[in-house]
Write a protein that binds this ligand. Structure first.
Ligand code: NAD
Ligand code: GLY
Length: 362
């Protein structure tokens, strides 16, 4: 078992633990019971996770809310339903919300926890690789609005994060690959994360494709640990994204716009992020911000993990650019971008929309 600590001075507790292990899920249940003893609790599950693990985790039905699957469920109607459930259970500030599922459930449960009674404690139990390497840590919580993804939200840190690798055994191929979208992103921002140790994540990823295929536990635990060390390093320095934290959005401006343009139906989040990475590497190359050698290396890595430049059939370029301009990180007229410059290093740029082209030049 590995324990990491996220040290954030602004949270009431100042810091919180991330536990990474491979224990039997019955052990996990015991730990969650221990964390919540003498408290009431609401456990919010992803639908598929509830179907597979509901029995073994064995929470009372009355304290459970199952959120249907899909990004479209991260909406205000479901937010209200969950708030009503908190009221029905008479949860108070002493009580606890537990999110068990992917990033959709984590973001939703976190936002409920941040806002119900101005904030009640919550635990993250991520069950997708994407949620383990990224969304369960750092305190970004949100729901989507028709105007945009994650449009309403709060920075609100969990009390603890419980990562159990056993969940990954039932993750389908598409979601597993999606998680590696965010992992690859961490490779491209590693040096900019200002973590004290250098892992060379790009190299680790390039050399271990076979372990990825086999879902090798040791490899996955190492990858999760590296990504979370990098993420924690950034979040500890800039919890509310006034500066450094923007680097975590590498690939996301175009990625989010693509998700919105395709109504969350065509790409998983991680896939959209990789398309955003391809887009931004092209932008960097065209604008002489990164060299051809690094560009080629980045494309090779993405291709090793099964990502190729796609056909953008049916994607409306004007609308997609507009989504980029209305992104939270932009000011409505220009587009805020995180751009790769050197191996593992990124910088921030503001671009005018006319500079954009969604055709890949590879
Ligand atoms: P998801 O939550 O939609 O889960 C994907 C699917 O996998 C769902 O059908 C779910 O039920 C299923 N699933 C989950 N665990 C499983 C398991 N162990 N076995 C079998 N099936 C399982 O998708 P996601 O990729 O986990 O999260 C994407 C969301 O995370 C997006 O809304 C994105 O905006 C958000 N996100 C947030 C942050 C943040 O910092 N808060 C960071 C990155 C992404
Ligand atoms: N996933 C982006 C962030 O946590 O800031």
């Amino acid at each position: 078992m590995t324990t990491l600590t996220v040290n954030i001075s602004e949270t009431p507790s100042g810091s919180y633990p991330i536990y990474i292990d491979n224990d039997d899920l019955k052990e996990l249940k015991k730990k969650l019971d221990e964390e919540t003893k003498e408290r009431k609790r609401l456990v919010i599950f992803s639908e598929k996770v509830y179907k597979i693990y509901g029995k073994i985790l064995d929470f009372k039905k009355s304290e459970t809310f199952v959120l249907k699957d899909g990004e479209q469920q991260k909406n205000i109607k479901n937010y209200e339903k969950i708030i009503r459930k908190c009221i029905e259970l008479k949860l108070s500030r002493k009580d606890m919300i537990i999110a068990i599922g992917g990033g959709v459930v984590g973001d939703m449960a976190g936002f409920v926890a941040a806002t119900y009674m101005r904030g009640i404690k919550f635990l993250q139990v991520p069950t997708t690789l994407l949620a383990m390497v990224d969304s369960s840590v750092g305190g970004k919580t949100a729901i989507d609005m028709p105007h945009g993804k994650n449009f309403v939200g709060a920075f609100y840190q969990p009390k603890a994060v419980y990562i159990n690798l056993n969940f990954l055994k039932t993750l389908d191929e598409k979601q597993y690959k999606s998680g590696f979208g965010e992992v690859i992103k961490y490779g491209f921002i590693e040096k900019s994360c200002q973590y004290g140790e250098y892992f060379n994540l790009i190299k680790i990823l390039k050399e271990n494709r076979d372990k990825y295929e086999k879902r090798d536990n040791e490899f996955l635990a190492r990858i999760i640990e590296i990504c979370l060390k990098l993420k924690s390093s950034v979040v500890e320095k800039d919890e509310k994204e006034s500066g450094l934290r923007k680097i975590l959005n590498l690939g996301h401006t175009f990625g989010h716009a693509l998700e919105e343009e395709t109504k969350y139906k065509r790409y998983t989040h991680g896939y959209a992020v990789v398309l955003g990475l391809m887009f931004i590497f092209n932008y960097a190359l065209k604008n002489n911000l990164c060299g051809r050698e690094y560009y080629d290396e980045a494309y090779t890595l993405m291709s090793v993990y099964g990502y190729e430049p796609p056909c953008f059939c049916g994607i409306n370029k004007k609308r997609t650019l507009n989504y980029m301009k209305t992104d939270k990180k932009s000011d409505g007229n220009t587009i805020n971008l995180i751009v790769p410059v050197n191996y593992g290093e990124v910088t921030e740029k503001t671009a005018d929309s006319v500079e954009f082209d969604i055709e890949y030049i590879k």
